[in-house]
Design a protein around this ligand. Sequence first.
Ligand code: HEC
Ligand code: HEC
Length: 225
Amino acid sequence: MPSRIPTGDHKGRAGDHKGRPYGYGRRCVGLALFIASCLASSIVAETGEQLADRLCVDCHGEFGRSETKDIPSIGGFSEFAIMDLLESYRLGFRKARAITLDDGSENDMQQVVDALSDEEIETVAVYYSAQEWRPHDQVFDAELARRGAAIHSRKCGKCHPKGGSVPDADHALLAGQWRDYLARELRNFTSGKRRMADKMKKKFDTLSESDKAALLELYVSAGDY
Ligand code: HEC
Ligand code: HEC
């Protein structure tokens, strides 16, 4: 596992990052204030759970089960999927959305990812992949979901097997993800705000707006239609 570099669809490009000095090596330079914390983190590396509690739980919830409808649940995604999705921020494939936290401060995925070393990304990915994926129970239109299932198996199932419900697949889980979040991502793919894998784009671009609405119902149904 450790040698597995997340590439997903961005093959070739991810390689550019291989030699880049992420993490404390870069952050420590010249900043006395950071040295103590850098030393601490290099001597006693945090566990995945500690990283998640410190850096992710405010938005993604306990065990990666988000309680906020426009923030995705991530607990139970495969290790590869999490690393690949985090990598997509580094590559600029995805623009992070600012979230206002309870204490009034703002944070977003770009800042989160920029502050993580490669080791920390892997550690936190291992932690979340060990959690259980529990689909969110949401209202859906069963007839549309059935139509979505037919479209999905023809155009999307190869990369998102079984309606996007297979935890150890290489990509984000879709089945039982929050509706508001998924609807937003589908819009972002359509507008080009979020870049897609070339092979996904080929299929996605053949979808009508009503196809996308049907697919959304399928994912929201978590296959229980
Ligand atoms: C300030 C809130 C916030 C924090 C903190 C945060 N995230 Fe996120 N995360 C989001 C939002 C919102 C998204 C949805 C995409 C977007 O809008 O940028 C997201 C998306 C993701 C995704 C992609 C999920 C998908 O289905 O595509 C992963 C993986 C992820 N975050 C992991 C993490 C990890 C690991 C941490 C901690 C190291 C973390 N996030 C911390 C808000 C946050
Ligand atoms: C060739 C493989 C492939 C095919 C075919 C494919 N996808 Fe994807 N899909 C991906 C990858 C890779 C990602 C993660 C992208 C990233 O890293 O940002 C993804 C992500 C997504 C996401 C975002 C999930 C999230 O939480 O981040 C949605 C929604 C999605 N795909 C829907 C579809 C639909 C609908 C189709 C069929 C029209 C489809 N995909 C076909 C590879 C594919």
